[in-house]
Design a protein around this ligand. Structure first.
Ligand SMILES: Cc1cc2nc3c(=O)[nH]c(=O)nc-3n(C[C@H](O)[C@H](O)[C@H](O)COP(=O)(O)OP(=O)(O)OC[C@H]3O[C@@H](n4cnc5c(N)ncnc54)[C@H](O)[C@@H]3O)c2cc1C
Length: 390
């Protein structure tokens, strides 16, 4: 572990410092930064290893269901993602998706649903997926059209979901569908759909710049028992938003991990690369870049820590989480770009850590609320405050 002074900040407790240090040592020994050729196989291996190591306990809620605590601890998932992201984008992805994919069950599942899935998610035996987005419902998620009609004691799903992480390797999908109790967001319900359920097919694999398992799903007359509904009829949108709220700050933490790794790589290069009779780090232009990178990282780290700490105190962190996600993902993109520039030609060599970081960071500015969506959230909260004061 390199610079760990941030762990001494008052936002963290001793258990967080221990988690970060132990996970860092584990990740050093068990995961490499580069992706293998077969991301599906590598992802399955990572989920098993993270489960066997006990790390996935932090991704689920409820001690009796295999969780590390009764509720998901935001600071723990943030530190876990930040640490894993420093070592491997795919390891961070594997951890994050176990949490996001099972998050609706941790937050709103029945005791039977929790008992059926959460212990297996925590042990790395069942891979989880979160299926909300559709071809015509991304940022505007309440526009989703994939629908379910009720037939006796089953819901019958028809439609498509796209951009589904872990699509094709997941053991179960938490799927949000229109059930029509009311117009818009109040007419959506959430269901657990097991892989292999007749009528669920992987319609298409999607290849992205930082490869990970990703697919479009198609539901055709897919019968799902009603006891696999999470929350009440029409409560699916609320369940989806609660899940995303729980994990949004952790996206910022992953970006922070990528940025920290980029700064480490930049420092290593700048202090060893000789040119014009001195080291790259001896030039003031380089020092200005390093200063900016370190300041961007610390600003993002403080925003992430604040949002996570406030959330763990039970506060609503709509504004704080949006600020953390926007600052950390946008800042990480700049830090990584500067690190790549310092590495020169080597920086764009396929498989080099900074090249891989350059690809890894991009999607974080889009998913779980694009930067523009975060800007709107922050502005809305600010204007609400003004209206409340006048
Ligand atoms: C790698 C990856 C993994 C993903 N994994 C999952 C998953 O596991 N499950 C899942 O359900 N979804 C997943 N998604 C989908 C993701 O959440 C959506 O891509 C995201 O919500 C954006 O939707 P969209 O792609 O349809 O873009 P659009 O909604 O078409 O938005 C396009 C762009 O418009 C801009 N924009 C959006 N809103 C506004 C606004 N109000 N004002 C101005 N500009 C705006 C933003 O720049 C945005 O990037 C994943 C996406 C990616 C890329």
């Amino acid at each position: 572990m390199n610079d760990t002074r941030f762990l001494d900040w008052p936002f963290f407790e001793e258990r967080h410092r221990t988690l970060a240090r132990e996970l860092d040592a584990w990740a050093k020994a068990n995961v490499a930064h580069a992706h293998g050729a077969d991301v599906d196989a590598e992802c399955r291996t990572l989920v098993k290893a993270l489960g066997a190591g006990g790390w996935l306990r932090h991704a689920v809620g409820g001690v009796e269901y295999g969780g590390a605590a009764d509720a998901i601890d935001t600071r723990s998932i943030c530190l876990a993602r930040e640490t894993l992201a420093r070592h491997s984008g795919l390891a961070d992805f594997a951890f994050a998706m176990q949490g996001l994919g099972s998050g609706a069950i941790s937050l709103a599942g029945t005791p039977a649903q929790k008992a059926a899935w959460l212990p297996r998610v925590a042990r790395g035996e069942a891979i989880a997926a979160f299926a909300l987005s559709e071809p015509d419902a991304g940022s505007d998620v309440a526009a989703l059209a994939c629908a379910a009609r009720i037939d006796g004691d089953h819901a019958v799903l028809d439609g498509e979901k796209t951009w589904i992480s872990n699509g094709g390797i997941a053991g179960f999908y938490v799927v949000f569908v229109r059930t029509g109790e009311a117009p818009g967001a109040r007419g959506i319900s959430a269901f657990i759909v097991e892989a292999g359920t007749p009528g669920l097919e992987i319609a298409e694999r999607i290849e992205v710049i930082a490869p990970h398992p990703l697919a479009k799903l198609r539901f055709t007359n897919c019968h799902v028992p009603l006891n696999q509904r999470i929350g009440g009829p029409g409560e699916g949108f609320k369940v989806a938003m609660r899940t995303l709220d729980t994990f949004r700050t952790s996206v910022a933490a992953a970006a922070l991990g990528f940025a920290r790794r980029a700064l480490d790589e930049a420092l290593a290069r700048a202090t060893t690369r000789k040119m014009f009779g001195q080291h790259l780090a001896d030039f003031q232009l380089t020092q200005a870049k390093l200063a900016q990178m370190a300041t961007t990282i610390d600003s993002a780290a403080l925003l992430v820590a604040r949002a996570a700490w406030q959330r763990d105190r039970g506060e609503i962190v709509t504004r704080e989480a949006a600020m953390a996600k926007m600052a950390a993902t946008e800042g990480a993109q700049q830090v990584i770009d500067a690190a790549l520039q310092m590495w020169g030609g080597l920086g764009v060599t396929h498989g080099h850590p900074v090249e891989s970081l350059y690809r890894e960071i991009r999607a974080l500015r889009i998913y779980e609320g694009a930067t523009e969506v975060q800007q709107l959230i922050i502005a809305r909260e600010l204007l609400k405050d003004v209206a409340a004061r006048t």
